[in-house]
Design a protein around this ligand. Structure first.
Ligand SMILES: Nc1ncnc2c1ncn2[C@@H]1O[C@H](COP(=O)(O)OP(=O)(O)O)[C@@H](O)[C@H]1O
Ligand SMILES: [Mg+2]
Length: 252
Protein backbone atom coordinates (compact mmCIF):
# COMPACT_ATOMS: atom_id res chain seq x y z
CA UNK A 1 0.00 0.00 0.00
CA UNK A 2 1.28 3.47 -0.81
CA UNK A 3 2.27 5.61 2.17
CA UNK A 4 -0.47 8.01 3.24
CA UNK A 5 0.55 11.60 2.56
CA UNK A 6 1.14 13.84 5.57
CA UNK A 7 -0.43 16.73 3.66
CA UNK A 8 -3.17 16.00 1.18
CA UNK A 9 -5.07 18.90 -0.36
CA UNK A 10 -7.55 18.46 -3.15
CA UNK A 11 -8.85 21.22 -5.37
CA UNK A 12 -8.39 23.91 -2.74
CA UNK A 13 -9.66 27.40 -3.47
CA UNK A 14 -9.45 30.60 -1.43
CA UNK A 15 -11.17 33.78 -2.47
CA UNK A 16 -11.28 37.13 -0.73
CA UNK A 17 -14.27 39.39 -1.16
CA UNK A 18 -13.53 43.07 -0.67
CA UNK A 19 -16.57 45.21 -1.39
CA UNK A 20 -17.59 44.31 -4.92
CA UNK A 21 -14.22 42.85 -5.84
CA UNK A 22 -13.44 39.13 -5.60
CA UNK A 23 -9.79 38.07 -5.46
CA UNK A 24 -9.12 34.42 -6.24
CA UNK A 25 -5.90 34.03 -4.27
CA UNK A 26 -6.00 30.27 -4.87
CA UNK A 27 -8.02 28.96 -7.80
CA UNK A 28 -7.57 25.19 -7.64
CA UNK A 29 -4.60 23.71 -5.87
CA UNK A 30 -3.98 20.02 -5.25
CA UNK A 31 -0.82 18.89 -3.50
CA UNK A 32 0.47 15.92 -1.58
CA UNK A 33 3.49 16.06 0.68
CA UNK A 34 4.88 12.98 2.39
CA UNK A 35 6.53 12.82 5.79
CA UNK A 36 10.16 13.88 5.65
CA UNK A 37 9.96 15.91 2.45
CA UNK A 38 11.73 19.25 2.05
CA UNK A 39 9.72 21.36 -0.39
CA UNK A 40 10.43 24.84 -1.73
CA UNK A 41 7.34 26.76 -2.77
CA UNK A 42 8.20 29.40 -5.34
CA UNK A 43 6.36 31.91 -7.50
CA UNK A 44 6.00 35.61 -8.16
CA UNK A 45 4.61 38.00 -5.61
CA UNK A 46 0.82 37.66 -5.38
CA UNK A 47 0.76 34.12 -6.79
CA UNK A 48 -0.82 32.70 -3.62
CA UNK A 49 2.15 31.27 -1.73
CA UNK A 50 1.34 32.81 1.65
CA UNK A 51 -2.36 32.04 1.26
CA UNK A 52 -1.48 28.40 0.66
CA UNK A 53 0.94 28.34 3.60
CA UNK A 54 -1.69 29.82 5.91
CA UNK A 55 -4.13 27.11 4.89
CA UNK A 56 -1.52 24.35 5.23
CA UNK A 57 -0.71 25.73 8.69
CA UNK A 58 -4.37 25.84 9.76
CA UNK A 59 -4.22 29.61 10.21
CA UNK A 60 -6.86 29.99 7.53
CA UNK A 61 -9.48 27.76 5.92
CA UNK A 62 -10.12 27.31 2.20
CA UNK A 63 -13.35 28.52 0.63
CA UNK A 64 -13.37 25.36 -1.45
CA UNK A 65 -11.77 21.93 -1.45
CA UNK A 66 -10.49 19.39 1.01
CA UNK A 67 -7.49 19.32 3.32
CA UNK A 68 -6.41 16.16 5.09
CA UNK A 69 -3.50 16.68 7.49
CA UNK A 70 -1.95 13.58 9.02
CA UNK A 71 -5.20 11.71 8.37
CA UNK A 72 -7.38 14.44 9.90
CA UNK A 73 -10.04 16.21 7.82
CA UNK A 74 -8.97 19.75 8.64
CA UNK A 75 -11.25 21.56 6.20
CA UNK A 76 -14.28 20.59 8.27
CA UNK A 77 -12.96 21.76 11.64
CA UNK A 78 -14.05 24.55 13.95
CA UNK A 79 -11.59 27.31 14.90
CA UNK A 80 -10.93 25.71 18.30
CA UNK A 81 -10.22 22.33 16.78
CA UNK A 82 -7.97 23.96 14.20
CA UNK A 83 -6.00 25.71 16.93
CA UNK A 84 -5.40 22.40 18.63
CA UNK A 85 -4.19 20.71 15.44
CA UNK A 86 -2.01 23.73 14.69
CA UNK A 87 -0.36 23.60 18.10
CA UNK A 88 0.39 19.93 17.80
CA UNK A 89 1.36 19.55 14.16
CA UNK A 90 2.75 22.85 12.88
CA UNK A 91 5.76 25.04 13.57
CA UNK A 92 5.88 28.42 11.82
CA UNK A 93 8.83 30.57 10.83
CA UNK A 94 8.08 33.96 9.25
CA UNK A 95 10.08 36.52 7.30
CA UNK A 96 9.61 39.14 10.01
CA UNK A 97 10.41 36.70 12.86
CA UNK A 98 7.17 37.58 14.72
CA UNK A 99 8.73 37.52 18.18
CA UNK A 100 7.20 39.29 21.16
CA UNK A 101 9.37 42.42 21.50
CA UNK A 102 9.17 42.74 25.29
CA UNK A 103 9.87 39.10 26.03
CA UNK A 104 13.26 37.42 26.30
CA UNK A 105 14.39 34.79 23.84
CA UNK A 106 13.63 32.18 26.49
CA UNK A 107 10.07 33.43 27.06
CA UNK A 108 9.41 33.70 23.32
CA UNK A 109 10.46 30.09 22.80
CA UNK A 110 8.55 28.84 25.86
CA UNK A 111 5.30 30.57 24.86
CA UNK A 112 3.73 27.78 22.76
CA UNK A 113 4.20 25.41 25.70
CA UNK A 114 1.76 27.43 27.81
CA UNK A 115 -1.05 26.33 25.48
CA UNK A 116 0.27 22.78 25.61
CA UNK A 117 -0.22 22.82 29.39
CA UNK A 118 3.34 22.44 30.69
CA UNK A 119 4.44 23.73 34.12
CA UNK A 120 6.67 26.84 34.21
CA UNK A 121 9.76 24.86 35.24
CA UNK A 122 9.22 22.32 32.48
CA UNK A 123 8.61 25.09 29.93
CA UNK A 124 11.88 26.80 30.79
CA UNK A 125 13.79 23.55 30.71
CA UNK A 126 12.47 22.67 27.25
CA UNK A 127 12.96 26.22 25.93
CA UNK A 128 16.56 26.23 27.15
CA UNK A 129 17.26 22.98 25.33
CA UNK A 130 15.65 24.36 22.15
CA UNK A 131 17.76 27.52 22.31
CA UNK A 132 20.89 25.46 22.88
CA UNK A 133 20.05 23.42 19.80
CA UNK A 134 20.08 26.59 17.67
CA UNK A 135 23.35 27.70 19.24
CA UNK A 136 21.88 30.50 21.35
CA UNK A 137 22.66 29.24 24.84
CA UNK A 138 24.34 32.56 25.62
CA UNK A 139 21.46 34.77 24.47
CA UNK A 140 18.52 33.35 26.44
CA UNK A 141 17.83 36.49 28.47
CA UNK A 142 18.16 38.87 25.52
CA UNK A 143 15.14 40.60 24.05
CA UNK A 144 14.63 40.61 20.25
CA UNK A 145 16.04 44.15 19.82
CA UNK A 146 19.23 42.99 21.55
CA UNK A 147 19.75 40.28 18.95
CA UNK A 148 20.93 40.30 15.32
CA UNK A 149 18.55 39.32 12.50
CA UNK A 150 20.06 35.87 12.26
CA UNK A 151 19.80 35.36 16.00
CA UNK A 152 16.16 36.48 16.00
CA UNK A 153 15.38 34.01 13.25
CA UNK A 154 17.13 31.27 15.24
CA UNK A 155 14.91 32.12 18.21
CA UNK A 156 11.92 31.82 15.87
CA UNK A 157 13.16 28.44 14.65
CA UNK A 158 13.59 27.23 18.25
CA UNK A 159 10.03 28.39 18.99
CA UNK A 160 8.75 26.57 15.89
CA UNK A 161 10.39 23.34 17.07
CA UNK A 162 9.37 23.49 20.71
CA UNK A 163 6.18 21.41 20.40
CA UNK A 164 7.94 18.83 18.25
CA UNK A 165 5.64 19.49 15.28
CA UNK A 166 5.34 17.16 12.31
CA UNK A 167 5.69 20.04 9.83
CA UNK A 168 7.76 23.22 9.73
CA UNK A 169 6.30 25.95 7.53
CA UNK A 170 8.72 28.74 6.73
CA UNK A 171 7.42 31.72 4.73
CA UNK A 172 10.42 33.61 3.29
CA UNK A 173 12.53 32.91 6.41
CA UNK A 174 15.62 34.45 4.80
CA UNK A 175 13.78 37.39 3.23
CA UNK A 176 15.11 39.90 5.78
CA UNK A 177 18.58 38.42 6.16
CA UNK A 178 21.90 38.99 4.41
CA UNK A 179 23.47 36.20 2.34
CA UNK A 180 25.73 34.83 5.04
CA UNK A 181 22.98 34.75 7.64
CA UNK A 182 20.59 33.21 5.10
CA UNK A 183 23.04 30.36 4.54
CA UNK A 184 23.23 29.85 8.27
CA UNK A 185 19.44 29.64 8.63
CA UNK A 186 19.27 27.24 5.68
CA UNK A 187 21.87 25.11 7.46
CA UNK A 188 19.61 25.01 10.46
CA UNK A 189 16.61 23.95 8.34
CA UNK A 190 18.80 21.32 6.70
CA UNK A 191 19.73 19.95 10.12
CA UNK A 192 16.07 19.90 11.20
CA UNK A 193 15.14 18.11 7.98
CA UNK A 194 17.86 15.50 8.49
CA UNK A 195 16.28 14.66 11.84
CA UNK A 196 13.13 13.59 10.01
CA UNK A 197 11.06 16.76 9.98
CA UNK A 198 8.91 17.76 7.02
CA UNK A 199 9.66 21.27 5.78
CA UNK A 200 7.81 23.56 3.40
CA UNK A 201 9.71 26.71 2.60
CA UNK A 202 8.48 29.70 0.62
CA UNK A 203 11.17 31.64 -1.16
CA UNK A 204 11.56 33.68 -4.32
CA UNK A 205 15.33 33.16 -4.33
CA UNK A 206 16.46 30.34 -6.64
CA UNK A 207 19.64 29.62 -4.67
CA UNK A 208 17.69 29.26 -1.43
CA UNK A 209 15.20 26.92 -3.15
CA UNK A 210 18.10 24.74 -4.30
CA UNK A 211 18.45 23.49 -0.72
CA UNK A 212 15.04 21.80 -0.94
CA UNK A 213 14.50 18.35 -2.42
CA UNK A 214 11.37 19.23 -4.34
CA UNK A 215 10.33 22.46 -6.02
CA UNK A 216 6.73 23.57 -6.47
CA UNK A 217 6.09 26.66 -8.58
CA UNK A 218 2.92 28.71 -8.36
CA UNK A 219 1.43 31.33 -10.64
CA UNK A 220 -1.91 33.15 -10.41
CA UNK A 221 -3.35 30.89 -7.73
CA UNK A 222 -2.38 27.66 -9.49
CA UNK A 223 0.51 25.21 -9.29
CA UNK A 224 2.30 25.43 -12.61
CA UNK A 225 5.20 23.10 -11.92
CA UNK A 226 6.20 20.45 -9.36
CA UNK A 227 9.42 18.45 -9.72
CA UNK A 228 12.23 16.87 -7.69
CA UNK A 229 15.38 18.95 -7.27
CA UNK A 230 18.12 16.90 -8.85
CA UNK A 231 20.92 19.22 -7.79
CA UNK A 232 20.45 19.74 -4.07
CA UNK A 233 22.74 22.33 -2.54
CA UNK A 234 23.96 21.53 0.92
CA UNK A 235 25.01 24.07 3.51
CA UNK A 236 26.40 21.81 6.19
CA UNK A 237 29.93 21.38 4.82
CA UNK A 238 30.33 25.14 4.52
CA UNK A 239 28.88 25.74 7.95
CA UNK A 240 31.04 23.07 9.55
CA UNK A 241 34.10 24.71 8.04
CA UNK A 242 32.99 28.10 9.37
CA UNK A 243 32.46 26.68 12.85
CA UNK A 244 35.78 24.80 12.83
CA UNK A 245 37.60 28.03 12.06
CA UNK A 246 35.54 29.84 14.67
CA UNK A 247 34.91 32.48 12.03
CA UNK A 248 32.25 34.91 13.13
CA UNK A 249 30.00 32.04 14.13
CA UNK A 250 28.82 33.68 17.31
CA UNK A 251 28.42 37.01 15.61
CA UNK A 252 26.10 35.93 12.83
N1 LIG B 1 -6.40 39.14 3.45
C1 LIG B 1 -6.49 39.37 2.13
N2 LIG B 1 -7.51 40.11 1.64
C2 LIG B 1 -7.62 40.32 0.32
N3 LIG B 1 -6.78 39.87 -0.61
C3 LIG B 1 -5.73 39.15 -0.19
C4 LIG B 1 -5.53 38.87 1.21
N4 LIG B 1 -4.40 38.11 1.32
C5 LIG B 1 -3.93 37.94 0.07
N5 LIG B 1 -4.72 38.56 -0.83
C6 LIG B 1 -4.52 38.58 -2.29
O1 LIG B 1 -4.39 37.25 -2.73
C7 LIG B 1 -3.38 37.12 -3.72
C8 LIG B 1 -2.31 36.14 -3.24
O2 LIG B 1 -1.62 36.71 -2.11
P1 LIG B 1 -0.48 35.97 -1.33
O3 LIG B 1 -0.93 34.59 -1.00
O4 LIG B 1 -0.06 36.84 -0.21
O5 LIG B 1 0.69 35.88 -2.45
P2 LIG B 1 2.25 35.63 -2.28
O6 LIG B 1 2.54 35.16 -0.90
O7 LIG B 1 2.56 34.62 -3.35
O8 LIG B 1 2.92 36.93 -2.59
C9 LIG B 1 -2.86 38.53 -3.98
O9 LIG B 1 -3.54 39.05 -5.08
C10 LIG B 1 -3.24 39.26 -2.71
O10 LIG B 1 -3.41 40.63 -2.96
MG1 LIG C 1 3.80 35.94 0.59
Amino acid sequence: MAEKALIDIKDIGRKYVIGTEVVHALKSVSLQVNKGEFVALMGPSGSGKSTLMNILGCLDTPTRGEYILNGIHVSEMSDDELAEVRNKEIGFVFQTFNLLPRSTALDNVALPLIYAGYSKARREEKAKKALESVNLANRMEHKPNELSGGQRQRVAVARALINDPSIILADEPTGNLDTKTSIEIMGLLEEIHSKGNTIILVTHEEDIAQHAHRIVRMRDGLIEDDYPNTDIKRVSPRLDALKAKGTDWEGI
